[in-house]
Design a protein around this ligand. Structure first.
Ligand SMILES: Cc1cc2nc3c(=O)[nH]c(=O)nc-3n(C[C@H](O)[C@H](O)[C@H](O)COP(=O)(O)O)c2cc1C
Length: 221
């Protein structure tokens, strides 16, 4: 698969088949993704792959935690507290599009919350991955985490696999740190669901919009 096809066919998949993913495939794509660049070649990422019995245990644990609501201090602020324009509108728009696709009304908070909880089942994916980082790492190193995660998502496409990056896991840092047995001083950046998309699922038909290039890109000559 060429790079352009990998980029344009990647989308956040939020409903997976239970078709297993061979461990050899996961090892191959992760090994390649570790070729991602990072400032000073720090390679500040730590990746944790969860499958099989461990995944079942995590899902059971998360069902219990989620039933009690959000009672952990989030690892970081996922969005700035007062999201300004145009980011606020973009965030609103993707939410609207997704809930429309799911047939959930905006005002139906219970249904939306129930849907949101699917994050903590990796949307039914047979593989969950976490990315963690040492707490003293700053914005430059956090941007390196994005490098490795996007590279991984593209390589997954080349194996016919789909994914969804998930910062929602940062809402349960204590649970995840304990589950992964993280050393002190390690932060949970994001999770990622990995597997085969359910092709019939309405939520997977969503193509997220992008702002026209002129809004974000400046050419000087
Ligand atoms: C770092 C990161 C974290 C994300 N966290 C979540 C998440 O917790 N739950 C979710 O459903 N989507 C999550 N997404 C997916 C975004 O909503 C999605 O990338 C965006 O709407 C663009 O859509 P696309 O990925 O289909 O192109 C995340 C994406 C990124 C890059």
């Amino acid at each position: 698969m060429d790079i352009t096809t990998a980029v344009t066919t990647r989308r956040s998949v939020r409903d997976f088949l239970d078709t297993p993913v061979p461990e050899a495939t996961l090892r191959k794509v992760i090994e390649t993704a570790l070729r991602s660049p990072s400032g000073g070649n720090l390679q500040p990422w730590h990746l944790h792959v969860v499958t099989g019995d461990a995944l079942d245990r995590l899902k059971t644990l998360m069902r219990e935690k989620v039933s009690k609501g959000f009672n952990e201090l989030p690892e970081y602020e996922i969005y700035p507290p007062k999201l300004q324009s145009p980011y606020r509108e973009r965030r609103y728009e993707i939410g609207e599009l997704m809930y429309r696709q799911l047939g959930i009304a905006r005002e139906d908070k219970a249904a939306r919350f129930k849907w949101f909880q699917r994050n903590f089942e990796f949307f039914g994916a047979p593989v969950g991955l976490f990315c963690t980082v040492d707490e003293n790492m700053g914005p430059p190193q956090w941007s390196d985490l994005g490098m490795v995660l996007q590279t991984l998502m593209l390589l997954l496409r080349s194996e016919g696999l789909d994914s969804c990056a998930q910062e929602s896991w940062a809402l349960y840092p204590n649970t995840i740190s304990e589950f992964l047995n993280l050393p002190d001083g390690r932060k949970v950046f994001a999770g990622m669901a990995i597997g085969h998309a359910n092709p019939d699922s309405p939520v997977n038909q969503l193509t997220s919009p992008r702002a026209p290039m002129a809004e974000n890109v400046q050419f000087l000559s």
